[in-house]
Every structure is written in C-alpha cells, then in structure tokens.
Design a binder for this molecule. Structure first.
Ligand SMILES: Cc1cc2nc3c(=O)[nH]c(=O)nc-3n(C[C@H](O)[C@H](O)[C@H](O)COP(=O)(O)OP(=O)(O)OC[C@H]3O[C@@H](n4cnc5c(N)ncnc54)[C@H](O)[C@@H]3O)c2cc1C
Length: 304
C-alpha cells in the first residue's frame, strides 16, 4: 500500500513574525538544490546566492542567516522566489531542516547564530508548555488530573513534586516559582475498569474545549471502588471534581448512580459564559459527557 506523508507547512514552521512582513526577505536559491521548507540557509559571500548551510564550507555558507519559508526546487536552475525568515521571528524546532551529519554542538551553535539575528528557535506544543500555560481549557490537565499525575518541578534549589490537581491557584496562575521549570510528569500505573477523556469543542479538529471531562473508574462487584475526575472549561483553572467523585464512590455502577452524579457535577462548578458557550450550556454539557462515559462503559462491558 502506498503512503502519502503530509509535508510541513508554513504554520508548522513559523510561530511568530513581525508585522508588515518585516521578518521576510526574498532570496535566491542556487541551482542544484532541492530544499524543503524549514531548511536553515547560509549565503555565499561571492555570488550572493543561498545554500543549505554547510559547516565545512569557507565561502559564507558555513554561517546560518535564516530559514527557508517555502519549499524550493532549484535542481535545474537558480530560483529567485525563495522566502527567507531573516529576522525577528519565532520558528518551531521540529520544523527545521538541518544537514544530515550535523552534530548536536553544531546545531546549538547554529541556533545561537539564528538567535543573534532575532530568529528564535523554540520547542512548540510541548506538554510542559501546555501545563505551564495554565489555560482552564487546556487539553492535558483534566487528563492528568484524572490519572493522578504529578509534576516534577526543578530549579537551582532542587526538585519537588506537586500533584497536577494542586498546581493551579487561579486563572493562569500556578505554584510554579520564579526560576522553576516543569522537568517531567509522572503518572502512576492504574488498573482502570474504564477510562475516557471526552472533549467538547465547536469544531471537530484543531479547536480548544468548551468543556472537557476526563474520568477513570475502577469497579469491584459492579460497585465504584475508585474514581478520579478532571474537568476543563468549568472554572478559572482545570479542576478535580471531588464532590462528584465522593457521590460515585462505593455506589453501584448504574444509571441511577450516574443520574445522581450528573446532578452533582452540574452544581459543583460555576463556569463563565463566553463566546464558546454559556455557563448553563457548559453545566449541561459536562453532565452530558458523564452520561456518555456511562453509556460507553456499558458498550465496553458488553463487548468484554
Ligand atoms: C490557535 C491555537 C489553538 C490552540 N488550541 C489548543 C487546544 O486545542 N488545546 C490546548 O490544550 N491548547 C491549545 N492551544 C494552546 C497551546 O497549544 C498551548 O499554549 C501550547 O500547548 C503551549 O505549548 P508550548 O510548548 O508551545 O509552550 P510555550 O508557548 O513555549 O510556553 C507557554 C508558557 O509555558 C512556559 N513553559 C514552557 N515550557 C515550560 C516548562 N517545561 N516548565 C515551565 N514553564 C514552561 C513558557 O515560558 C510560557 O510562559 C492553542 C493555541 C493556539 C494559538
């Protein structure tokens, strides 16, 4: 079977540029090269044309001067329609294209050269960034709360651990101290009977939550032995639904229990109304997601 691989596009590469195309230059790619978007470029001092950087060169192309923002096939002739991200921009590390044999140290040095031109190379869409960003509608937090995740925080003073559900203190506020970073996330092993992370958003793809419910339960003799619930979009921070958990614990895993828990879940939070949904809609939606979890657990139970 043949496979088609989607190539990176400009959005994958360019995370920020200055207004009025100030970050961009038009560049000439010298003949004999077929360069993908994201190639780190140098300029030959004698002909003024652009080439993929070459650490072994001595003609100017050993220095990084920017990043190619469009794929250019100059195999047969020079192409003068290349777009070079040359200054004051942020590019995603994962979208950069380097010479194959480049060492780690050379890469760091090239990133520094780009930074000196104001082209910052950054990790993008990382778990640490999503957590530190602290959005109440971020995707990873309800999931990690339901999984009982712990953050390992590190600074010059050493390391400490904090549970994800105790990390947030207010809207985009957290217990992260100055100089501290999220080093890793640790998730205990679970033997859930059922686990789901359910996200409601306006578009199916690439959209932030209106409301999000992550829930894991362990059943014993069809009674809820253990349950953890993380929610998003229901408060100023991602949150753990402790009251709903308490109502579920020890009860038979039944429609009647779910009906009771849905009522508690609706009442447990006071979400805001915004362009994504009203407070009332969010309350109904989060209860609807819990109902869906129950129904899906029944389908799974029938299959098992
Ligand atoms: C158009 C758009 C759509 C989006 N849709 C969604 C979505 O559907 N779901 C969702 O969850 N998010 C969504 N987001 C938010 C975005 O995905 C997050 O902000 C992103 O995950 C942040 O990750 P990053 O690695 O790029 O962080 P950065 O933007 O690099 O950093 C965010 C913040 O965290 C800090 N930081 C980064 N890493 C660490 C670390 N390890 N320790 C301590 N601090 C750190 C940075 O200093 C910065 O203050 C969307 C954003 C945009 C612009």
């Amino acid at each position: 079977m043949s496979a088609i691989t989607e190539q990176n596009n400009l959005g994958d590469l360019l995370k920020y540029e200055a207004p009025n195309r100030y970050s961009r230059d038009v560049a000439t790619i010298a003949a004999g090269q077929n360069l993908p978007l994201g190639t780190v470029l140098g300029r030959n001092a004698s002909d003024g044309k652009h080439y993929a950087i070459d650490p072994a060169a001595t003609d100017g192309t050993e220095s990084a001067i920017g990043v190619l923002a469009n794929a250019i096939d100059a195999t047969n002739a020079d192409r003068s329609d290349a777009i070079l991200i040359a200054r004051h921009a942020i590019v995603a590390k994962t979208a950069l294209v380097w010479p194959i044999a480049l060492t780690g140290a050379q890469r760091i040095s090239y990133e520094q050269q780009l930074a000196e031109r104001g082209v910052l190379v950054r990790e993008s869409a990382t778990l640490g960034g999503n957590l530190a960003n602290g959005s109440p509608i971020g995707d990873s937090m309800p999931l990690l709360i339901a999984l009982g995740g712990e953050l390992v925080l590190e600074s010059g003073k050493g390391m400490r651990r904090l549970s994800v559900d105790s990390f947030y203190t207010g809207y985009r506020q957290s217990r992260l101290e100055k100089g501290e970073v999220i080093r890793s996330v640790s998730i205990p092993l679970h033997a859930h009977s059922f686990f789901r992370a359910l996200k409601l958003s306006k578009r199916q793809d690439d959209d932030i939550s209106i409301a999000c419910l992550a829930i894991g339960i362990s059943l014993e003799n069809n009674h809820v032995k253990d349950v953890r619930i993380g929610v998003g979009g229901m408060a100023a921070t991602p949150a753990r639904a402790v009251q709903t958990e308490a109502v579920l614990k020890g009860k038979p895993w039944s429609q009647a229990t779910i009906n009771e828990a849905c009522g508690i879940l609706e009442a447990e939070f006071s979400p805001i109304s915004d362009m994504r949904g009203s407070a009332d809609y969010r309350k109904k939606a989060i209860a609807g997601l819990l109902q869906r979890f129950w129904l899906e657990s029944q389908e799974q139970a029938e299959v098992a």
